[in-house]
Ligand binder design. Sequence first.
Ligand code: SF4
Length: 373
Amino acid sequence: MSRSAEKWLAALRDLDVGKPVRIMNVCGGHERSISVAGLRSVIPEHVELVPGPGCPVCICPEEDVYEAIQLALKEDITLVAFGDMLRVPVNVPKREPRSLEQAKAAGGDIRPIASPTEAVRIAQEDPSRTVVFFAAGFETTTAPVAAMLAEGAPENLLVLLSGRLTWPAVAMLLDSGTPGFDALVAPGHVATVMGPEEWQFVVDKHDIPAAVAGFMPDSLLAAMYSVLRQIRDERHFLDNCYPQVVRAGGNPEARRQIDRVMNVVDANWRGIGIIPKSGFELREEYAAHDARKRFESYADDSRKRVGEMPPGCDCAQVVLGKIYPNQCRLYGQACTPRKPIGPCMVSDEGACRIWWSAGYRDNVWEGRREAGG
Ligand code: SF4
């Protein structure tokens, strides 16, 4: 642990808030840092760190993954997607490919990419072939997709967009009356793009302390210290504990490009349902690049468990911070990173995978309680 992190940890331990406090984070990177650095075992016992909706792969609608699989199998296209998406399972009969990885094995031209630049390169290599970019992600992933289209993508490059905004999921939790947390550590990388002001509603509307944090333990500990002190002092505000990169207003050019290319719409979150104003769709001006406009819909509402998590998987509960990953009955039993059942064990940003990788091996399903209940 760095000297700066040790300093924040000591300050945090000295702080007496006089009651138990639950702090939620909404970023897979935050959860990874917290778990890998073992912060849960060194902070005071009365402080609970709850992983929240920080994994875009985990909440990507099952229907969208199914559509991507069908496009790759039934249309003469190349489908590109971020690597995490390839193993996400959908609910289909055993004889059918249940992930993009299996669709690739079944003959689909499916390629993992790491950035929109790679999608552009693949499209440019063969202008006669249609390339569909299955773009699922939160604001930080969606912004480069918007930039790619705003700056002029190749004609043969289409986008199957599943972009989501982070803050509406937190707003939904807070509006529910049982959010399951007393303070929020807001995602620094999202704030870098969209501006920290997006999280002001947490304080103004719900009187919950909030602090924006970076990925390193010292920034996370500083944010935890900030919200705990706010609780002790009964003076709540939005603190920026990542001032090195998070500026008021975020990245104006990135936001302009998102606004130019996309509308914000009500959107479905896997296992959770529709969250108002939480998704992106391409504007009409970019219809020529919209895979949903170019190809017929492969939606099939007759599928069993359409839209749901796999049987027995509690990912939606994990994503909403209602249970910890190891409170799922399947955690470490039927479900491991080697043989994942649900998207939270597939994605690098999924809390289940992060916890397993960080060495949490106990399954505490028996006697579990819901954090928000
Ligand atoms: S352990 Fe596996 S089955 Fe359980 S919630 Fe996590 S991903 Fe789903």
